[in-house]
Ligand binder design. Sequence first.
Ligand SMILES: O=C[C@H](O)COP(=O)(O)O
Length: 227
Amino acid sequence: MRSVPPEAIRTPRDLAPYLDHTVLAPEATLEDVRRACAEARAHRFAGVCVRADAVAEVRRALEGSGVRAVAVVDFPRGEADTGARVAEAREAARLGAEELDLVIRLPALLAGRHEDVLQDLRAVIGAVGVPVKVILETSRLTRDQRVVAAALARCAGAAYVKTSTGFAGGGATVEDVALLRAVVGEQVGVKASGGIRTAAAARAMLAAGASRIGASGSVALVSGAFP
Ligand SMILES: O=C[C@H](O)COP(=O)(O)O
């Protein structure tokens, strides 16, 4: 998915179609999820991103809105084996997920087992009929590992590479977004997520090459102001 042209973002409200409104805190309630869906409908966000146990509710709540139901898989650690990841991804899609945000197999990646990472991603992506965003957890990777991880995700058929879970102590940076965009080119999306708290930060991510933003504070982003 192509980068967003700067003229597309004139006011914070213009951020809305690029935002995945995110409810991933383990303590989030069904009420939190329903509120997020209502906010996403009102603001016409791109999606609502939740854990798989809430995705059926999200799909129901968003019916007819054009806002997509998004579920995370093997979140936030990326440590399960491929069979479990395939099963979790299939179940999330069966329950109504229209997109999946899958954590890359971090232990294999950190150990340099790149072929294992590639085969795992191919297996999960090939098992579901919905677009998969691959979360790289960039804050845990060296620059070389970021390049390799993005290239592996692209080779495996990822729809997007995504910077961060938001649960590893580090989030998206403008530099990482630009690096990921340089690696994947214009045919694959780049999702910036984790710690994006202001409209100006979101705009900077889009200017650096992001085509989607994940944020738990999406309403604050579109309600904010550019300096
Ligand atoms: O995928 C999205 C992230 O979990 C959102 O992180 P955030 O709460 O820092 O916006």
